[in-house]
Every structure is written in C-alpha cells, then in structure tokens.
Design a protein around this ligand. Structure first.
Ligand SMILES: [Zn+2]
Ligand SMILES: [Zn+2]
Length: 265
C-alpha cells in the first residue's frame, strides 16, 4: 500500500464530528478545552491527530520501512483477517482519548473516536472498491468479569456507533470470551497466542449469522494482533467467508514499543 495521505481527510473527519455532541449545549474540545458549539473535538485537534499515514502492511497495518505490501509476519503466518482498516497510530494525544474512554468512563471520547473511525472506514472503502463491504460487525469480546468491572465493553460501544453510521448490523453474541486471560503485558508473541488459544468460543446458536459473510472484526487498539488473529480464526472456523480487522489505532511493532505504553486489554 502506498503512503495514504490521511491528514487530507481530516477536514472530512471533522465535518462528521459536529453530529456527536448535543447541538443545543456549548461544549469544550476534549483535547484542548477550546469552547465549541456542540462538537467534541476542535478542527485543529482533529487535524493534528496521529494519523497512520506512513507505508504499512495491508493486512495488519504494521508500519513498514520497506516498500513491501505485507510484513514478514503476515507473509509467514497469515493472520486470518484479510485486511486491516486503522486510521491512527497509537500515539499522543490519541492514546489519552482511548485511555479516557476505556478506563475513565469518558464516553464522549468514545463517541468522538467512533465518528472518526466511521468516517475513515467509509473513505477507505471508497478508495478501495476491490474490497468487499462487510455485512456484519463483530466486536472483540471481553470476558464478563472485565466487562462487569469496567461497566461496558468499549468495542461494543464503538460497534453500535459504526452500526448507526455505516448501516451494518452488529453481532455482540457471536463470539464469547470463555476464559479470562491474564494481562498480556511482558509476554512474547508465542506466549500470547498460547494464552489466547482457548479463550474464545463461537456461540453455536449464531452460526447462521456468520456463515458466508464478510465480517468486520472490531477492536480498539492493535498491538501484536494476537487477539485479532485468534478471533479471526474462530470466525473463519464458524463459516465466515472473509474477515476484515477494524481498529482505532496501531502500535509500532512490539520490539520497538515502550512496554509502559501497552494498551491491549
Ligand atoms: Zn482542540
Ligand atoms: Zn502484516
């Protein structure tokens, strides 16, 4: 994939954002606190978000130094999902928005992120008419205990926004997380896959919803892609024709990232 000038669509993204807030009430930009008329992010902050606008693997969105279409990992061990659609790098200040959405109950941040993601997805499929438009959105499931502790599954909330914006149904009960995996932080890729291997199960009563469909698997942040890899394989095993991975952000490859910034949970 050639370098994608995502920053050029920031105006388009921002035009989507005013629909988010309560239009009757003044608001403040979630990032810089500039007073606004109902929007959640100001145009300047949207323009300066860390877009994934460098060359990256078409399959897993990993930034690449070479001109290759796919990274070595995807070539050697295809991940199950065919294609990744990811607007942002996991970097400041987007990491703060995601953190506040996931861990501080700032649902307005989730709404802003969801609208940016929806606008990017529409733009991406317009630019790539060869891609199949997904017929079903499946959010990566959380174990019930983690959802209970947090009060919500952030990927479910994002999926509901995408459902409204893109008119694609959401299936939250297709795949269950049956085993709570301990924190993946500090584990090697092989250890993560082993840890995840038995964590997900398809719900047999929903097989008909998946069979033969192009499914968009939705996660918030891709780090190693281990979770998406395992869930994709579960969906393909259940009869999905194709899986695309949608996420808000991609971290750099694991050996380059700061372990303290590990967001996958
Ligand atoms: Zn701002
Ligand atoms: Zn890749």
């Amino acid at each position: 994939m050639l370098t994608f000038p995502l920053h050029r669509v920031s105006q388009r993204l921002w035009r989507a954002v005013p629909t988010l807030g309560n239009q009757l009430l003044p608001t403040r930009c979630l990032l810089c606190t500039t007073p606004l008329g109902g929007e959640l992010l100001c145009p300047d902050c949207v323009h300066h978000l860390p877009y994934l606008d460098t060359h990256h693997c078409v399959q897993c969105a990993l930034p690449l130094d070479s001109a290759a279409e796919r990274c070595g990992q995807c070539l050697q061990q295809p991940p199950g999902f065919e294609h990744a659609v990811v607007p942002f790098r996991y970097a400041f200040p987007l990491d703060a928005l995601i953190h506040n959405f996931k861990h501080k109950h700032q649902l307005a941040a989730g709404r802003a992120l969801g609208q940016c993601l929806a606008a990017h997805i529409e733009h991406h499929y317009d630019e790539h008419p060869e891609l199949t438009w997904p017929e079903l959105i499946v959010p990566v499931p959380l174990h019930w205990s983690r959802r209970l502790a947090r009060g919500y599954n952030q990927s479910d909330l994002l999926a509901r926004q995408l459902q409204r914006a893109l008119d694609i149904p959401v299936a939250t009960r297709v795949c269950r997380r049956v085993r709570r995996t301990s924190t993946q932080q500090g584990l090697s890729r092989r250890q993560r896959l082993h840890n995840l291997h038995s964590a997900f199960r398809i719900n047999p009563s929903t097989l008909a919803a998946v069979k033969g469909k192009c499914v968009a698997l939705l996660d918030d942040v891709i780090t190693t892609g281990s979770t998406a890899r395992v869930v994709s394989q579960v969906l393909l095993g259940a009869g999905a024709a194709e899986v695309h991975l949608w996420a808000l952000a991609r971290t750099p490859e694991p050996d380059r990232r700061d372990p303290a910034q590990h967001p996958e949970a």
